[in-house]
Design a protein around this ligand. Structure first.
Ligand SMILES: [Zn+2]
Length: 113
């Protein structure tokens, strides 16, 4: 009697173990897929001047890519990008306007799928 109870308990534990293992791997799969989901934004959407597409899975990464591209174009002497960057520089004079501008881009990023 005692033995069979422990055996049964053992089996239940094993079943629970596999059940949780299944749920964890499912959860893991879903979250990693979500993290690997790259969002796309164009240079224009980020206040730039062309249709160059940036791919990132976080807003900060998106901003970093856009800045990198912006300074590259600036170095090339691309007039459209220089103009766009000047506009952002003017915006930076007002911290409130800058904050609002960033929030607007962040909202746009969040609505992307
Ligand atoms: Zn651009």
């Amino acid at each position: 009697m005692f033995v069979s109870t422990t055996l049964e308990d053992n089996l239940t534990n094993k079943r629970d173990f596999f059940k949780s293992l299944f749920f964890y791997s499912f959860f893991y799969l879903v979250t990693t897929n979500a993290l690997n989901l790259m969002k796309k934004m164009t240079c224009k959407q980020l206040g730039g001047a062309c249709d160059h597409i940036f791919e990132a899975n976080s807003f900060n990464e998106m901003v970093r890519l856009s800045k990198e591209h912006g300074s590259k174009m600036f170095q090339k002497g691309d007039q459209a990008h220089i103009k766009a960057m000047k506009e952002i520089e003017e915006l930076m004079q007002s911290p409130e306007a800058m904050k609002e501008w960033i929030e607007e881009k962040r909202r746009l990023f969040d609505t992307l799928t």
